[in-house]
Write a protein that binds this ligand. Structure first.
Ligand SMILES: Cc1cc2nc3c(=O)[nH]c(=O)nc-3n(C[C@H](O)[C@H](O)[C@H](O)COP(=O)(O)O)c2cc1C
Length: 187
């Protein structure tokens, strides 16, 4: 059966933006993700999809836990640049950001964040380049009120791009790297 695929058909899928985090020994790390969602209500479970090349992937696999910090619309592009376009293999991303240690030991970002969650991995599915981690919620806390940062807002208002390791990466966007967040319109 011949099918046609227009990549633009994926653009209208909505997502939020989050920092998924974990740890290894005394090392902390986290990365931007758009792939957090609640899987079930009873028990309360969430999932996240992480590229196998990312340091965060190694840390979640090793520790068996992950944190999620739900970003709000005030999140500056410098924060997104640090967590979404750099690897923790090259820098300590938590050096210049407000955070606290969760009950699992995962670092939870407390700036420009509406709520923080922690989960214990109960299942992991390899989906080729990425792994979908499913976790039972261990904690959840509301930190602020405001508007959640959506993927749509990130693209339309912050003019943000999506790097190669994100599941929603579109190859034709890669030519626009010159306006990646670090060099682009900081707010
Ligand atoms: C808007 C946006 C969405 C992203 N979504 C994901 C995602 O859902 N999964 C993923 O593995 N990487 C995603 N990324 C890419 C990672 O954040 C990026 O590869 C990061 O540098 C990995 O860092 P680490 O090696 O320290 O773990 C996204 C990046 C951006 C900017």
């Amino acid at each position: 059966m011949k099918s046609e695929f227009d990549p633009r058909s994926l653009f209208s899928i909505s997502y939020g933006l989050y920092i998924a985090s974990s740890y290894s020994g005394d090392r902390l790390n986290g990365q931007i993700v758009n792939t957090v969602f609640q899987v079930t209500a009873s028990p309360p479970r969430i999932s996240v999809c992480i590229n196998k090349e990312n340091l965060t992937h190694d840390f979640i696999s090793e520790s068996g836990v992950f944190g999620v910090s739900v970003l709000d619309e005030t999140a500056p592009m410098t924060l997104i640049g640090t967590f979404g376009f750099r690897s923790g293999r090259d820098a300590n991303k938590f050096e210049n950001v407000g955070y606290k240690a969760g009950t699992t030991g995962a670092p939870l970002v407390t700036e420009h964040v509406l709520s923080v969650l922690e989960a214990k991995v109960v299942d992991a599915m390899s989906v080729g380049t990425h792994t979908i981690f499913v976790g039972d919620l261990l904690s959840g806390e509301v930190l602020a009120t405001g508007s959640a940062l959506t993927y749509d807002y990130y693209h339309k208002h912050l003019k943000g791009k999506t790097p190669k390791n994100a599941p929603s990466y579109i190859e034709s966007e890669s030519k626009q790297e010159k306006i990646e967040p670090e060099k682009g319109a900081n707010r």
